[in-house]
Write a protein that binds this ligand. Sequence first.
Ligand SMILES: [Zn+2]
Ligand SMILES: [Zn+2]
Length: 99
Amino acid sequence: MHKDRGICKGVCKEYKVRKPRDGTSRYLSGQVRCQICGVFITRQGCHDREENPATDETVDLYCNCCNCMVRSKPRNKPGMKLKKTPQEEYEGLKKRLEK
Ligand SMILES: [Zn+2]
Ligand SMILES: [Zn+2]
């Protein structure tokens, strides 16, 4: 069933969304980011762990296209800092390389 996991099959094109013009957060407008496909898609383009269509309450979202987990910001964690400063990123990278 999941032998195509991790491969973009082009299905995501149907669910692809454009950047909101008013600058609203994509995550707030229910969009999720698939890193494999490299696109933002709607929740309609996702399924949950049990392969049911994703709903607004679904936390674990998987891309219908590549079957990989996609990121959606949990609604109970507002104002979470997602962006790292270049310095933090550098430190994190350094730590990873030292291991
Ligand atoms: Zn795709
Ligand atoms: Zn995908």
